[in-house]
Ligand binder design. Sequence first.
Ligand code: C2E
Ligand code: MG
Ligand code: MG
Length: 655
Amino acid sequence: MKDRHNVRRTIPDVLNAIRDAKDIEEVSYYENIMVSMFASRLLLLATIATFALDYFMRMNTLRASLINGLTYLFLSVAFGLVTRIKLKTYTATLLVSILSGFTLIFTTFRFYDDIGMAIWYVAFILILLSMIRVSRTMLYTIAAAMLISGAYIVFKFPQVPDVQMSQVYHITQQAILMPAICVVAVVVHKISNDRYLSAQKHYMIALSERDEIMALNEEITASQREIEHLAYHDNLTGLPNRMLFTDHINRAISDSDKSGKPFALMYLDLDDFKSINDNMGHAMGDQLLASLSQRLTLTLKKGDIASRIGGDEFNIMIENLESICEAEMVAERILRTFDNPFVLNGRDCFVTASIGVVIYPADGNNADILIKNADIAMYEAKRNGKNQYVICDYEMKAIADETLKLSAGLYQALERNELELYYQPLVSCNQERIVGMEALIRWNHPEFGMIYPKKFIPIAEQNGLIVPIGKWVLRTACIQNKAWQDAGYPKVRVTVNISVVQLQNRRIIDTLEEIIRETGLAPEYLELEITETIAMKEKESIVETLTNIKNMGIHIAIDDFGTEYSSLNYLKHLPADRIKMDMSFIQGIDTGNHDEAIIRAVIVLARSMGINVVAEGVEKKNQNDFLFSELCDEVQGFYYYKPMPASEVEEVLKQ
Ligand code: C2E
Ligand code: MG
Ligand code: MG
């Protein structure tokens, strides 16, 4: 009510207030003010006019003139008060109606003698006012006042001397006119009121629909904002994702170009995060990532940006560097945050991270290259033993570029027949004759010449090509061995190196069965070599696969034995026929490094478990003699033969 009362009492303002009213009650409120404003001013004029007319022109007594004038003044003030005093809408309506009715009756009773029928103009104006009103109270009051005034006129009529009208006609006219006006007023009022009400109803519906739409709109905007946030942020850690981070890098590049100040980009990867996921569950892994992101945010200065770009990999950007040292200090600081354990499920969990650092503009001119080089440096940090940072350098980038080239070329190597198998004979110690051939792959690269497996097998393992390449090696080696046997050479086993990726592939058993069937080689002439690392990893599934392979009649050898943790314990679980002692032990013979003792122990232990021992990398006579004296089963090395193409092997076999 208070703000309604504050509406200024000018006609345009009150009309505006009526237009903006929310409901009928409010319309009535302002209508009262409107009517009162008109009436108050009109009656103030009437006060002056009446007094002047009465006193000066009709020469009425001062007393009578004052009564008439003051009555109008009273009415004017009363209407004026209605516009000013805070009243309930209904009270104000009632007051305005009574004041209007009283004005009509007073005017009729006091001035009918002077203005005669003109009284009806006053009545008519009042009726019009009440007709347009939405409130019925005023209409009824005015109608009642009219009937009273009409009755007075009818009663008074015979005494008016100069009216030349038949009395009957006059009474009839009044009797019909007054109710007729009243009825018309009621009907018009009803029509306009109904129309108003229906408009009001539609307005209210529209209003509530508008509210609904606005609420809906708000909801849509909120979810749009959420979708936008999700699209640009990682929903586990809330950090910017790769897409947003790339935008940041692009912006930082243009800022750095302008300011001339370099920026650093770091690639952080947790060390052995997989084991946390495996041992503690993915939920704990997620919790670790979330608290790591909090630590990162706390460690970084304002303006530095951390982003999670996937899995356990984070990117960090440090802008406006004064020197490279600054980047190193931040990297060091980040690594120090791992000194404190992460508390997961009430348990202290120690984790470390490896970080690769690149600097713009030295290490790349766009986001992709910068991230790629930081990734290369991070891998270097892993290779160097993890839990450290490495700053990218030229050599690293060159190696990475070469790897990329080799990886691309490897895709066509099979189709273009660029792969070839070399064979290195294995010699038995007791009879000094060839008992096996290890198949060793070579890549005849059209640009780089012959490439050794150490260089491209890891790449093939990474891009998955090891599966088709490994299958080709198996088939080629089996075909070759069968061909030698068919040609009448002494029957020997062919040994094929198998990568862990191949063993993890479910189809390995099918592949082996298919190759054995197609080539017709008896399975006992095929041996698979797995590295010690594979043997120790993922024990159960690997043991199962190896057992199945062994059940097919294929032999199994453990390669590079002794290079890893040398736990002989796993030998108990593995269905191995042979172990191949790593060449580092053989080459340690006669160097005073206890290698002889190790070799001796391994031979004794393996024999007691019924496993044969092959010595790899025998290059010298003294090595060979020692192995012979220790009753090693087989030897392999340059002392006898180097790996050679199949055609050369035939020459050897002939002898
Ligand atoms: P490996 O299975 O331990 O093979 C023995 C490696 O030692 C061969 O290197 C061989 O040339 C070398 N070697 C043999 N005797 C001597 C010696 O007396 N002195 C010295 N210094 N070295 C000797 P290569 O052919 O370069 O193969 C390297 C490794 O690549 C292999 O080690 C094997 O792990 C892997 N590899 C080779 N061919 C294949 C393949 O077809 N598939 C898979 N997955 N890996 C393969
Ligand atoms: Mg091998
Ligand atoms: Mg080996």
